[in-house]
Design a protein around this ligand. Structure first.
Ligand code: FAD
Length: 467
């Protein structure tokens, strides 16, 4: 008998609980992918995510073919598709790994109920997190709202699953009615603005494994102190691979355990802890992608953004070099260093005083690692409206941040070529350039879109009015 294995954000063959369940039960797993963006609620996958997903699905299909199987692709209503494929193949079971976004979770609950009503065996497993969002609670039985105690509780019940290799061979299936080629999903952008992405990324399980190997060999030893330096490549860049489930987080933890000192390892695993925390928060506070966690900010005096203001921020033309470098890195590669994400977000939400929602939407469309839990937590954290958020008055000074974390302005020069001729001092603050030296910054705005110091004061005044 057949079991449908419904692939979603778990695009791998190792450490795949749903696939393992089918194999252990002696069922023949049929890999199924259903394209159903209309079921994602208000957060349809963004363009960069789609571009990544296309390649990750193609990589999964190639790995399946090597083993005698392949990915059976469909588009349309998920429940109706699963019912039709189950009927066509005489499947006895449907297995999947959970996605923890509230809209998807609700959809899956109703799909499970319907399929069980049809007499199928249905199981959902955890394939993407170290802890399920409901596993941890405060002593009072409430969800956590602060990271440190959350993480302490997580470490106290630490128990990760054993690693599982990918199966050597898998059975093949004939095509069933409704099946379509991957290209028919049209996930690849037209025109191909993503062409520049793929020199820095390799979507799929093998790409995830090689990113992890490179990080273990080259960067983990310096991670704790180096992770804040955008001018150095010391973070793992695993975020899109983790988002699409091309590697299990417990494999990342296990494989890095022998690669660096316990200190560096703990510092890295703690960042994975933020990912866990973000999913915990999204599960318990499902409104936070769209609304302030702290309702006090509902009355905040945001500036209604003009298209020109938004465009300047989105395309790296604010005249504040570290902000522009980050936004251009995002546009060119689909990713941005975490420190710079905090700086550009703070600049939008505090200096420009534009609602964080506008920034979250732009990130959602342009990041290859766009993730509802991490993105919502990140934006609300910076804006000051979220759980465990930065106190509002801690407004990043983009010049001091750049001087500290990109001391020679190398990151700025990489992404803002207009400033390459300038010395570090002017790369950080080009408005300090003397009139007769303008050739050093030619083509770059001579005044920032908002004055960092004045706008900081105005933001604090707006915050004070809230009280
Ligand atoms: P590493 O430093 O190597 O960290 C390892 C992994 O830990 C990451 O891959 C990621 O899965 C997780 N992680 C690290 N930091 C965080 C964090 N602060 N919050 C949650 N998880 C974390 N991350 C996303 O994956 N998707 C998003 O859409 C996203 N949006 C963000 C928006 C803002 C405004 C901010 C400030 C942060 C956002 N982050 C997001 C978190 C973080 O910036 C990225 O996870 C990180 O930069 C990815 O690079 P890396 O894999 O090299 O990280």
């Amino acid at each position: 008998p057949t079991a449908l294995v419904w692939f979603r954000n778990d695009l791998r063959l190792r450490d795949h609980p749903a696939l393992q369940t089918a194999l252990k039960a002696g069922l023949a797993p049929m890999p199924v992918y259903i394209h159903a963006p209309h079921e994602e609620g208000g957060w349809l996958p963004g363009a960069a995510s789609d571009a990544w997903r296309h390649r990750a699905l193609a990589a999964l299909d190639a790995d399946l073919r090597q083993r005698g199987s392949r990915l059976h692709v469909f588009a349309g209503d998920s429940l109706a598709t699963l019912q039709a494929v189950a009927a066509a193949t005489g499947a006895a079971a449907v297995f999947w790994n959970r996605r923890h976004e509230p809209t998807i979770d609700a959809r899956d609950t109703s799909i499970r109920r319907e399929l069980r009503r049809d007499g199928l065996r249905v199981e959902a497993h955890n394939g993407s997190l170290l802890f399920e969002p409901w596993q941890l609670e405060t002593r009072a039985g409430d969800p956590f709202r602060v990271f440190t105690p959350f993480w302490k509780a997580a470490l106290s019940i630490w128990n990760l699953p054993p690693l599982q290799p990918a199966p050597d061979t898998l059975p093949g299936f004939d095509a069933v009615p409704g099946e379509i080629p991957l290209d028919a999903l049209r996930l690849q952008p037209v025109p191909r603005w993503d062409a520049g992405f793929w020199s820095s990324w390799r979507p799929g399980e093998h790409g995830a494994a090689s990113a992890l190997r490179a990080f273990a060999a080259e960067s983990l030893h310096d991670y704790r102190d180096g992770r804040d330096r955008p001018d150095q490549s010391l973070t793992s860049r695993l975020s899109p691979h983790l988002h699409f489930g091309e590697i299990a987080p417990w494999r990342v933890v296990a494989e890095l355990a022998n690669a660096g000192s316990p200190d560096q390892h703990a510092a890295y695993v703690r960042e994975l802890g933020w990912r866990e925390f973000a999913h915990h928060v999204l599960h318990h506070f499902p409104h936070t992608p769209d609304a302030n966690f702290n309702p006090r900010f509902d009355d905040f005096d945001w500036v209604e953004p003009t298209p020109a203001l938004l465009h300047a921020w989105q395309h790296g033309r604010t005249g504040v070099p570290i902000v522009d470098a980050g936004m251009r890195e995002l546009w060119a590669t689909g990713w941005m260093h975490n420190r710079v994400r905090m700086i550009v977000a703070s600049f939008l939400a505090k200096n420009m005083r534009i609602h964080w929602r506008h920034g979250a939407r732009w990130f959602w469309d342009t990041l290859v690692d766009a993730d509802l839990a991490n993105n919502s937590l990140g934006w609300q954290w910076v804006a000051g409206s979220g759980v465990d958020a930065a106190p509002y008055f801690r407004i990043f000074n983009p010049v001091l941040q750049a001087r500290r974390f990109d001391p020679r302005g190398e990151y700025i020069a990489r992404w803002v070529p207009e400033l390459r001729p300038a010395p570090a001092r002017l790369r950080h603050a080009p408005w300090e350039c003397a009139a007769d030296d303008r050739s050093l910054i030619s083509g770059y705005p001579t005044t920032p879109i908002v004055d960092p110091a004045g706008s900081r004061r105005e933001a604090l005044e707006a915050f004070a009015r809230l009280k």
